[in-house]
Design a protein around this ligand. Structure first.
Ligand code: SF4
Length: 258
């Protein structure tokens, strides 16, 4: 399977390893990718291959799509565990993200009152008050931190904007632990650099960040689909469980997805 783009504003529900029956919301263009990271494992492919001139969907288009699709799913009796913002890039880059979250809360309560709302974010906009306030209204702000050093983040996530671990930690500390930290573990090679996020120093520096942030849950996962960098390898569950076990011994709630 090759990397792919979601073809609609709303997709699924799909079965998610981490979120159950997940109805996806894509606030980015359907013909390309918009992200300020360019992760070597991104299921949407490299940014350079996803460039598009298509505009982001408007608030009105998103609202109409949501109402139509939610109404249909309810009439079909489809179960939805989570309404999940992910899609073709970083959802918080949409300029109307806070209003879209308010709309989603209202529609969730009307159509799927039992469903949770999740946002998968790379955390680069979490320092903005309006984004943080919106994320704190939902059930699951799932924030990415793939490494405890700027070097590892540069290798894995290839930020396209200025990035510093200190800035991300400071933004996430303002959540007072009310978020889920998600971390990708993998090993492989890209652009001549050998990468192993399970290497001792990488795990130690990442765990220091987890202790500093104290998220209400940590999600550790590994690659599942095709990736733009071709030599990447999954981390066996047993290795991720060893890392998780150390955090659990310190009182953290940790979910491992192989
Ligand atoms: S942050 Fe997410 S959408 Fe952006 S490049 Fe990384 S995996 Fe892809």
């Amino acid at each position: 399977m090759s990397t792919f783009l979601w073809q609609n504003i709303i997709f699924g529900p799909i079965h998610s390893r981490r979120l159950g029956s997940s109805l996806g919301i894509n606030l980015l263009p359907v013909s390309g990718k918009v992200c300020n990271f360019d992760c070597i494992y991104c299921e949407c492919g490299w940014n350079r291959d996803g460039r598009t001139t298509e505009a982001l969907p408007t608030f009105e288009e998103i609202s109409t799509e949501m109402k139509t699709k939610f109404d249909r799913l309810v009439s079909e009796g489809t179960r939805i565990d989570t309404i999940t913002f992910s899609g073709n890039g970083e959802p918080t880059l949409h300029p109307d993200f806070p209003s879209i979250i308010d709309l989603t809360l209202e529609l969730r309560d009307r159509f799927f009152p039992q469903a949770l709302i999740s946002v998968l974010s790379n955390a680069t906009t979490a320092h903005k008050k309006e984004i943080r306030d919106a994320l704190l209204k939902i059930d699951n702000p799932i924030m990415k931190l793939d490494g405890g050093s700027d070097r590892l983040v540069r290798l894995l996530n290839r930020p396209q904007v200025s990035y510093s671990k200190e800035k991300i930690l400071s933004a996430l500390k303002a959540f007072n632990g009310n978020f889920i930290l998600q971390t990708m573990f993998l090993r492989g090679e890209n652009d001549g650099s050998v990468i192993d996020s399970t290497e001792f120093g990488n795990v130690e520096s990442w765990m220091e960040c987890v202790r500093e942030l104290h998220p209400r849950q940590v999600m550790i996962y590994t690659i599942d689909r095709d990736t733009p960098a071709k030599s990447l390898k999954k981390i066996p569950v047993i290795e991720m469980e060893t890392i998780a076990g150390r955090l659990r011994n310190e009182g953290f709630s940790v979910q491992v997805c192989g």
